[in-house]
Write a protein that binds this ligand. Sequence first.
Ligand code: FAD
Length: 475
Amino acid sequence: MLLEAVRTTQPAAQTPKTGAAGAERLARSLHGPLITADHAEYDQVRRVWNKQFDRHPELVVRAANALDAAHAIRHARQHGLPLAIRSGGHSLAGFGSVDGGVVLDLARLTNVSIDPQTQTAWVQPGATSEVLAPLAAQYDLGLSTGDAPTVGLGGLTLGGGIGFMVRKYGLTVDSLLAAQVVTAGGQLITATETEHPDLFWALRGGGGNFGVVTAFKYQLRPVGTVLGGAIVTPATRQSIRAYTQLALEAPDGLTTITCMMKAPPLPFIPAALHGTLILLILAVYVGDLEDGRRALAPFTALSPDTVDLTQPMPYPAIFDLTRGPTVSSHHYGRSTFLRAFSDELIDTLLEHVEHGTSPLSFAQIRPLGGAFARVPADATAFAHRDKSYMVTLINDWDGPDAYAEHEVAHHRAWVDTLWTSLRPHSSGVYANFLEDKEGDRIQDAYPGSTYARLQAVKRQYDPDNFFCINQNIKP
Ligand SMILES: Cc1cc2nc3c(=O)[nH]c(=O)nc-3n(C[C@H](O)[C@H](O)[C@H](O)COP(=O)(O)OP(=O)(O)OC[C@H]3O[C@@H](n4cnc5c(N)ncnc54)[C@H](O)[C@@H]3O)c2cc1C
């Protein structure tokens, strides 16, 4: 199985199913460019964020509008080709490309149209947090998205969207008002609470299973200047126990995302901590800044060695902190939800992170609660509203041997071993944090009756399972 994750060094030796005439016909019908294997841009546009997936599609449709999406769907169906949908290309499982198939690339669709009166925005799926946040900030508004600036709002939203304002404003889908969707049959429809309500429910967590979303309408929220930045503190049993409790008890305005890792030799981390286990707490407080300082005080007092780098900042500036560490790399991770951190669990995490296999072997903790938890579990297809923490074990690596089988096995084993220890204490998984070989966990992503309900929507909108390059809901 491991070999499947390793780079295909040569383009798949398949006879193109489209043929030159078919490609020409498709190209003529499109408003955006069609990229074939002989095109100068091919090598660039076939790639995705997770370098472990080095695939060679037959065609890449760089869509300019919804009509192009419909043409790509029709072409793929007519020629029996698999279709991969891509917005920002950050699928951890590499679903944004497909060997020998069609990639429907929506990355050029980045328009954002804000109505300050209604505080709403129509946003195309190729837009990212770093595109939307500064535009919304002009009106002191924002959207609760993810933690990385370059993740596409297409994939992020359809999975749920958990980020720096999840406790204040819930998931990205909790602010979704409408979605324009090109269906498997090539029709353009709008889904809202009242139009295609089942589809609208499914789009809020069910991923790319039901159609191609070409625009989202979001309710923006008041954000303005936030208190944000990093807090660095030694990772010990005591500090982790205290942090995980404090983060849940904090006011809703405060969301933290924390990496338990070996301190990298960065200038803002005291030299004495370099190479030791730390909690790198990224914090955002939305609301009155004095209230924010009070909310953060217990975190900055976690240890005499704690370094507090939080400060008032425009909300978009928080993404400057995550831009560097989230550039494209080789990646493997596993994620789950926890209700509590026992001392035994904390010790296991500490022991394991101490022996990471790369400088970016870490455990990420996202305390939830707040507005996220007040949405009823059956209101959206993301149904983990009762979960307290999301914990993700992450290994990112790079370098000349990054594809080598022994290297890949080494890094994956680090994650899998820790994951096995965590499993008895955990339940469920966020669909957007599933990896490529975790299809057997799909029902963990959709607990209770959620999966069956998604299947019913799938049968209605995509009975042939045409949209199957994804965390797949079987009709
Ligand atoms: C560095 C990094 C940081 C991340 N941080 C967070 C985070 O803080 N919070 C969080 O919630 N998630 C986070 N994620 C996970 C991320 O939300 C998912 O990987 C998401 O699917 C990426 O969206 P994308 O559009 O960039 O990816 P793509 O690879 O383009 O798309 C992923 C999948 O989504 C579906 N899809 C995408 N666009 C459309 C569309 N327009 N219509 C229909 N289906 C579509 C397709 O099935 C596609 O295979 C992170 C991922 C990375 C790599």
